[in-house]
Design a protein around this ligand. Structure first.
Ligand SMILES: *Cc1c(COP(=O)(O)O)cnc(C)c1O
Length: 367
């Protein structure tokens, strides 16, 4: 018997149905929300489900700011509508091919909440239901390209599909012999943990190797309900990683991120990426300076378990893909040795081998 069965007492669909979607509804449970926000939600829809709304009220600003519209969303003159050129680099509808061996496939048009900093802000909440034909075209593209080994399903949130619909998609992809792994990008375990029912987990288990790439931004998101959801997934043998968006005024402090990454490891989620906020129109007020991210990374490595340290990356505007940003530990590199600085700022010299990689002895310039 599993403990905490109570989270199933309210179904995730009921919770979603009772989400708040208008600025007017927002002014009832949360104070100080003005009518001006209607002009924001007209452009960029809002959705907050009752589970997350309650958590916002309990925990405060770090969660509220992620989901409550801000008038600054309409002032942004810096951002681009499709910063990652996902629509341009799309050989068939809803599928983006950026790398040789893997694709991003958008299979859902809904989420548990609408993040105000969403990269796909241009689409979210405006999407029509995704047609069977769109799924079939994407699947055909993957089937016709044997170099594709890794299919990343995202959206929207694929876990917001019904079990049957998701299984229908997973079946098609699992039946392509050259696809090694399937990944699901989802924020559902963090913002709508009631979605992680025993029947969903039983279904997902059949598609192994299937990885979940989750999304957590703040330790306040890790509630008892979230812990139970992740325990179910981990106990089913589903490996989980997490992506965190670096957000100004929300999590751009080393103490917050150390706490978040440690808490994630405790619930068997491996921090994977710390994402520099994308250059998305309507989100400029969330972006941090790169120096902030690098300084945080410097204060993670060495201080917390290496398992808890994600890669800090920029997903390059214009579709250049993700590049890691790493605090510089190399002081000098020459044919004899490398000099590096460790996490405490101390210097160390490490001698080079005299052998080249082919095994022959190499003369160094100093000999
Ligand atoms: C992020 C991303 C991937 C996956 O990248 P990994 O570094 O392998 O996690 C694949 N395709 C697109 C378009 C992406 O944005």
């Amino acid at each position: 018997m599993e403990t905490g069965q109570h989270i199933d007492s309210t179904s995730w669909k009921t919770l979603l149905t009772h989400s708040i979607r208008s600025a007017r509804e927002l002014s009832l449970p949360l104070n100080n929300i003005s009518d001006r926000l209607k002009s924001v939600t007209d452009v960029y829809p809002m959705q907050i489900n009752p589970y997350f709304l309650k958590l916002c009220n309990q925990k405060g600003a770090a969660l509220k700011r992620q989901v409550i519209p801000d008038i600054r969303e309409l002032d942004d003159t810096v951002g681009w509508t499709d910063p990652l050129a996902e629509d341009r680099d799309s050989p068939v509808q809803n599928l983006t091919r950026r790398y040789p061996d893997r694709v991003l496939f958008l299979v859902s048009n809904v989420c548990g909440v609408y993040c105000r900093f969403c990269t796909r802000k241009r689409k979210i909440g405006h999407w029509r239901p995704i047609k069977d034909k769109t799924i079939d075209c994407g699947v055909r593209y993957i089937r016709e390209h044997p170099e594709i080994k890794d299919v990343l399903l995202s959206g929207g949130d694929p876990l917001l599909l019904d079990n049957d619909r998701l299984a229908w998609i997973l079946d098609k992809i699992r039946n392509i012999p050259h696809v090694d792994i399937i990944r699901l990008g989802s924020r559902a375990p963090g913002v709508l943990p009631q979605r992680i029912t025993p029947s969903l987990v039983r279904m997902l288990k059949k598609y192994t190797p299937l990885y979940l790439n989750l999304h957590f931004n703040h330790p306040d998101e890790i509630t008892e309900e979230v812990k139970l959801a992740c325990r179910r997934l981990a106990n089913a043998g589903i490996p989980m990683g997490s992506q965190t968006v670096l957000l100004r005024g929300i999590n751009d402090r080393v103490d917050i991120l150390r706490r978040l990454f440690r808490e994630l490891l405790k619930i068997r989620i491996r921090p994977y990426y710390l994402l520099q906020a994308d250059l998305t129109r309507g989100t400029d007020h969330f972006r941090t300076r790169i120096e902030t991210g690098l300084e945080i990374m410097k204060q993670l490595r060495g201080y917390i378990s290496g398992m808890a340290v994600p890669h800090y990356v920029i997903d390059l505007p214009g579709g250049g893909g993700k590049v890691p940003l790493i605090p510089n530990h190399v002081v000098s590199l020459n044919p004899d040795s490398i000099v590096v600085k460790n996490f405490q700022g101390n210097f160390f010299r490490y001698p080079q081998t005299r052998f080249s990689s082919s095994g022959t002895e190499k003369r160094t310039v100093n000999q």
